[in-house]
Design a protein around this ligand. Structure first.
Ligand code: 1CP
Length: 350
């Protein structure tokens, strides 16, 4: 590890600040979670998933688990994008093996029940988790806080669960765009509050997940993915000009170029479907990129996984770059494959 004045350098922060490092930083989306036996143990102890998110010592522990095992360059706070609707007062639950279940909001009357004023107090245990981690993480580990982007969070709030086509949210957005905009505007405000509180409590970088951005056609993508993100980034930059923001507009395709140009983010996370060679020409000259190994290659492991990682590193690794997956680790991933991947990235010579 490189040191300046005896202090260990945080590789991920260095890259985000445009400094050349000695090695490509690596972390993986969903690096904490069900593929780790030690996570499943704590998850059982916690009872419900939200209880795990809201119990600082347990959330701290599961954030640290993948750092202990693999020494990733970054830790991502253990929480979920759906704590924001929970904080706003919507009924949110997680069913074993099924994922999130919310009481759907489908009209203005539903919106009336949400209350921005209760978010910070309700989410106080999350900020307590951040304060603890700011002390307990190793000096060289960059600490990432996060939130879902308004469109993605809205798809769960309106649909009541995950869906293959985000049909319920789209139906509202297309039928009554100005009504739906009120939900998006509320989520912009809630997201700014939630991310600001994480920074105040000690995170160093923010990532904003727009997992379902790719289901929006161009004009809706501009209105419901780019515009809200612009507002969030602008508000955070006024308060915290030195906190880098990573955007993840999953499935944006070539629209990622406008997303990068217009939102004001410092890095962009690439989904599995984006071609590294295209990104090298069209995106990397504009901004630091992160990605994008197929999480299923991590399940397979071995030569195919290493070939996939090598191609990404050879194509993108000599300009500002953070190694990651194109989406989150899946539960059936063998933990040994993660160790192999990290070793491969660390040993890779550009
Ligand atoms: O029972 C369990 O243990 C639940 C599994 C689980 C976990 C481990 C859920 C439920 N959320 C999480 C943690 C989580 N979620 C993290 C922190 C851990 C880490 O990354 O190491 C983060 C960053 C998220 C973000 C998240 N939650 C996203 C955006 C990123 C992505 O993966 O696309 C989304 C869409 C969610 C919603 C959600 N929460 C949980 C599930 C299973 C889902 C997806 C639901 C669906 O199928 O649409």
């Amino acid at each position: 590890m490189s040191k300046v004045n005896g202090a260990p350098q945080k590789r991920l922060l260095q890259v985000l600040n445009g400094q050349e490092g000695d090695q490509t930083p690596v972390w993986l989306m969903r690096q904490a979670g069900r593929y780790l036996p030690e996570y499943r143990e704590v998850r059982k102890q916690a009872g419900s998933f939200l209880n795990l998110c809201y119990t600082p010592e347990l959330a701290e522990e599961v954030t640290l688990q993948p750092i202990r095992r693999y020494g990733f360059d970054a830790a991502i706070l253990f929480s979920d994008i759906l704590v924001v609707p929970d904080g706003l007062g919507q009924t949110v639950g997680f069913k074993e093996g099924e994922g999130p279940v919310l009481e759907p909001i489908a009209d203005l009357a539903g919106l009336e029940k949400l209350d921005l004023a209760r978010v910070l107090e309700h989410l106080e245990p999350v900020y307590e988790t951040v304060r603890r981690l700011a002390k307990s993480l190793p000096d060289e580990t960059t600490f990432i806080g996060f939130a879902g982007a308004p469109w993605t969070v809205a798809t769960y709030m309106v649909g009541g669960r995950g869906s293959p086509d985000q049909g319920a949210a789209k139906a509202w957005a297309y039928r009554a765009p100005d009504e739906f905009q009120k939900l998006i505007d509320l989520l912009v405000e809630a997201t700014i509050l939630h991310l600001s509180a994480q920074v105040e409590a000690g995170v160093e970088v923010l990532q904003i997940f727009d997992t379902w951005a790719g289901s929006l056609p161009e004009s809706a993508f501009r209105r419901f993915a780019i515009e809200p993100m612009k507002k969030i980034v602008a508000a955070l930059k006024v308060r915290y000009p030195f906190v880098p923001i990573i955007g993840f507009p999953r499935g944006a395709g070539p629209m990622i170029v406008d997303y990068v140009r217009e939102t004001g983010i410092q890095a962009v996370s690439l989904d599995t479907g984006l071609s590294p060679s295209w990104v090298r020409k069209e995106v990397q000259p504009l901004i630091c990129v992160q990605g994008n190994l197929d999480p299923l290659l991590l399940v397979a492991g071995g030569e195919e996984m290493r070939n996939g990682a090598r191609f990404i590193l050879e194509t993108l690794g000599d300009r500002p770059f953070i190694f990651n997956l194109g989406h989150g680790i899946v539960p059936q991933t063998p933990p040994e494959h993660v160790a192999e991947l990290v070793e491969f990235v660390r040993d890779f010579k550009r």
